[in-house]
Design a protein around this ligand. Structure first.
Ligand SMILES: CC(C)(COP(=O)(O)OP(=O)(O)OC[C@H]1O[C@@H](n2cnc3c(N)ncnc32)[C@H](O)[C@@H]1OP(=O)(O)O)[C@@H](O)C(=O)NCCC(=O)NCCS
Length: 194
């Protein structure tokens, strides 16, 4: 019998906890369902995303199971964000669609409505982009923003993303096709060996 060896995977072998100045980014668990429900049931959170506001803690549990499955099957990761020394989730941030050959990945994020405007979104997006550039060898992190989502645009531009163009009618929501703005942050490193 031949033992098949796989290269180590920096994202999916062990859950990568991260720390910023004020925050810890940690693995989500089913115990976070009530806090996640509180956050993702607010209508403002879903206004510019494809998701609908959660209706019950059971919805949050289902979402958490999906997040766990995505990680276990090495498709995407989503961190729960807490203040250092506390345990209540106040934001989430995720990476998905990692293309290892072409070296790009996409980011998504949301912050509890009651915490908006304190720089939390910017702090976590900066940290996750730095992690992606330093540990996943990507040269590009991309973000898709529904037209009208000024808060997200401001956040992305503030941390160094550039607006690249409009993806017309890319997103379906509430009976309409919406334009989506393409943003990216790129690294200009030259280490291009495969
Ligand atoms: C987008 C979101 C994550 C921003 O989080 P946040 O923690 O409030 O962001 P920050 O405090 O880091 O603010 C970043 C910048 O956006 C600005 N901003 C925040 N909310 C804003 C709003 N509603 N309108 C305009 N600008 C806004 C801030 O003033 C700040 O600008 P500055 O650096 O010049 O001061 C938050 O509004 C959210 O969760 N929205 C719902 C989910 C969502 O849309 N996610 C993104 C999908 S692409």
């Amino acid at each position: 019998m031949q033992l098949l060896q796989r290269d180590p995977d920096p994202l999916f072998d062990t859950f990568p906890g991260l720390e910023t100045e004020r925050l810890s980014l940690r693995r989500l668990s089913v115990a976070d369902a009530p806090a996640l429900f509180d956050m993702l049931s607010h209508p403002d959170i879903a206004r510019f995303t494809a998701r609908k506001p959660l209706k019950s803690v059971a919805d949050a549990i289902a979402l958490l199971r999906g997040v766990g499955l995505q990680f276990a099957t090495r498709r995407s990761i989503r961190w729960g964000v807490v203040r250092q020394g506390e345990n209540e989730i106040l934001a989430t941030v995720g990476l998905h669609d990692w293309d290892r050959y072409h070296r790009h990945i996409a980011i998504g994020f949301d912050v509890h409505r009651s915490e908006w405007g304190q720089g939390i979104g910017s702090e976590v997006v900066k940290a996750v982009c730095a992690y992606a550039f330093d540990h996943l060898s990507v040269h590009r992190v991309e973000a898709h923003v529904m037209k009208g989502n000024q808060a997200s645009r401001k956040l992305l531009e503030g941390v160094g993303f550039e607006h690249e163009g409009v993806l017309q009618k890319r997103m379906y929501k509430d009976g309409l096709q919406h334009d989506v703005l393409s943003y990216s942050m790129v690294s200009h490193r030259k280490d291009l060996t495969h």
